[in-house]
Design a protein around this ligand. Structure first.
Ligand SMILES: [Zn+2]
Length: 165
C-alpha cells in the first residue's frame, strides 16, 4: 500500500504526506517548524520593543523644551553694558534655582527705544552655555550700536533640560 505523498515545498521531491521535514533537502514543510521562519521573526519580536525603548530614550536624551516648567526658577540679572565704537556688549547673569541642568537656552535680547519701540534684537547668538542646578551663568550678547536703543532686555524663549544619564 502506497502512503499518500506530497511534494516538498522546497526541493519538490515526493515525500510522505505526514512528513514535517523533507528527507531530501531537510526543509521543514510548515513555516512554524522551520528555523528559517524563526530566524526571520525573532529579530522583529526583539526589535520592536528595542525600538520603542530607543525612541523613548532618545526623548530623554534630547529632552523637551521645558522653559515653561522652570520659568519660576529662572532668574535674570542685568550685569553690565559696554558700548564701544565696534559694538555694544550686554551681559546678563542667568540664575537657575532648580535641580536640573539647563542647556540649549534660546533667548532674545531686545533693544528698546523711546516708547518701548523695538529697535533691534539679537537671537540665540551663542548657545554653547549651560546653567548648572542651583548655579548661574553669564550671557554676553554682542550687538551693533544703535543710538536709539534706550534699554536692553533679555527674554528667555526656551531651554532644554539636560539629560540626567
Ligand atoms: Zn525537500
Amino acid at each position: 500500500m502506497d502512503d499518500p505523498t506530497k511534494t516538498c515545498q522546497y526541493c519538490f521531491s515526493e515525500i510522505d504526506e505526514r512528513a514535517k521535514k523533507c528527507p531530501h533537502c531537510l526543509s521543514f514543510q510548515k513555516g512554524i517548524y522551520n528555523p528559517q521562519t524563526w530566524a526571520a521573526i525573532l529579530p522583529i519580536v526583539f526589535l520592536v520593543p528595542f525600538l520603542f525603548f530607543t525612541v523613548s530614550r532618545l526623548d530623554a536624551f534630547s529632552g523637551d523644551q521645558v522653559y515653561e516648567d522652570y520659568v519660576d526658577q529662572f532668574r535674570m540679572e542685568f550685569v553690565s553694558i559696554l558700548s564701544e565704537p565696534k559694538g555694544t556688549q550686554v551681559t546678563y547673569r542667568i540664575l537657575n534655582d532648580s535641580e536640573v541642568k539647563w542647556e540649549e537656552v534660546h533667548y532674545q535680547v531686545i533693544g528698546y527705544g523711546d516708547d518701548d519701540a523695538v529697535v533691534t534684537s539679537v537671537t540665540d547668538q551663542n548657545r554653547d552655555w549651560v546653567v548648572l542646578p542651583k548655579g548661574d551663568a553669564l550671557l554676553t550678547v554682542r550687538a551693533s550700536n544703535h543710538p536709539k536703543v534706550r534699554e536692553w532686555k533679555l527674554k528667555i524663549l526656551n531651554c532644554r533640560e539636560a539629560s540626567k544619564f
